[in-house]
Design a protein around this ligand. Structure first.
Ligand SMILES: Nc1nc2c(ncn2[C@@H]2O[C@H](COP(=O)(O)OP(=O)(O)OP(=O)(O)O)[C@@H](O)[C@H]2O)c(=O)[nH]1
Ligand SMILES: [Zn+2]
Length: 295
């Protein structure tokens, strides 16, 4: 399934042709990336195949919305403008590793970055240096890094996620010049305009690309500190040495995670992000007793 427009969908067949079809009530939960069965005479979707994963987010009214399904790789797109919201990358990473899918960081608008001048943007990237995370610098405008991106993405289904205005649609447009995507201008203060309103699947010889609507925030669908720890392998690497097995790395004595922050082995921002997400899990009363630790 390529894209959804209310109760109608665009489907891609094995010959790369697009068909418009209707959803029946039983198939109302179909999203971009789903494999579906079609009743051709009525152009109706009768059933969808089982998914291997799905990426969901809470909307403004806290309802869970599934953005896309059957994703191998999630590229978190960031750019010097618009400014990256605090902990957005940490939030995405935690959600992605729990899908599970492979996360990667894609820094777009490389043409706007002066490598000679250290910036707050470099400081942000420093926070993720301890993670075994693929990081690519690209420019949709100049084409810089796009060959490396194509190679890294080959043979898999790839979704671009991130704020509005970071250039997700522009990147797919540059990767697939024959497609026609809508690109939005940035507002006066550098904010995006939410030009993409529904996820869309673009098939190419080298793999598939999914463009997704820009988000302001992202709340990962996690219910335990064990799942949280999956998104914080850098922090979890130290947690084994904490004195208490269920250490939450706040005020406990003998906390190896805080010690790692103090001696510069772990960025303080990562521990702050951990605390914010742990707080949200606790507030949602979704942590089982004895499941607060990182191990
Ligand atoms: N300088 C520069 N600008 C870029 C680059 N890529 C995208 N832009 C600009 O950034 C703005 C937003 O681009 P879009 O591709 O619409 O961003 P998006 O992330 O798809 O936004 P939404 O669809 O709203 O989520 C446009 O003005 C683009 O021209 C780049 O590599 N360099
Ligand atoms: Zn600790």
């Amino acid at each position: 399934m390529v894209a959804r427009y209310g109760s109608e969908v665009d489907l891609l067949d094995d010959w790369q042709r697009i068909h418009r079809a209707r959803l029946r009530r039983r198939t109302d939960d179909v999203v971009c990336g789903d494999l579906v069965f079609l009743e051709p005479t009525q152009a109706a979707v009768t059933r969808r195949a089982k998914r291997h994963n799905q990426l969901s987010r809470r909307d403004g009214t806290h309802r869970l919305r599934t953005i896309a399904a059957n994703i191998d790789r999630v590229w978190i797109v960031i750019a010097p403008q618009p400014e990256v919201p605090r902990f957005l990358v940490d939030r995405f990473l935690t959600g992605i590793v729990n899908l599970p899918a492979r996360p990667a960081l894609l820094v777009n608008k490389w043409d706007c970055i002066d490598p000679q001048r250290p910036s707050t943007f470099d400081a942000l990237l420093e926070n993720y240096r301890c993670l075994d995370l693929e990081l690519l610098h690209v420019s949709a405008h100049t084409g810089y890094g796009l060959d490396r991106l194509r190679t890294a993405a080959r043979g898999s289904s790839n979704i671009l996620v991130g704020q509005s205005g970071v250039g997700k649609s522009s990147l797919i447009q540059s990767l697939l010049p024959r497609e026609e995507l809508r690109i939005g201008e940035l507002g006066h203060s550098g904010e995006g305009r939410h030009t993409t309103t529904t996820a869309r699947w673009y098939e190419s010889e080298g793999g598939a690309w999914i463009d997704s609507p820009g988000v302001r925030d992202f709340t990962p669908e996690i219910g335990s500190a064990t799942e949280l720890a999956r998104g914080f392998s850098d922090l979890a690497a130290h947690a084994g040495q904490c004195r208490f097995r269920d250490c939450t790395h706040q005020a406990e004595p003998g906390c190896a995670v805080r010690a790692a922050v103090a001696n510069g082995e772990l960025p303080a921002r990562r521990l702050e992000a951990w605390h914010e997400l742990l707080q949200e899990i606790v507030a949602g009363a979704r942590v089982r007793p004895g499941d607060r630790g990182t191990r």
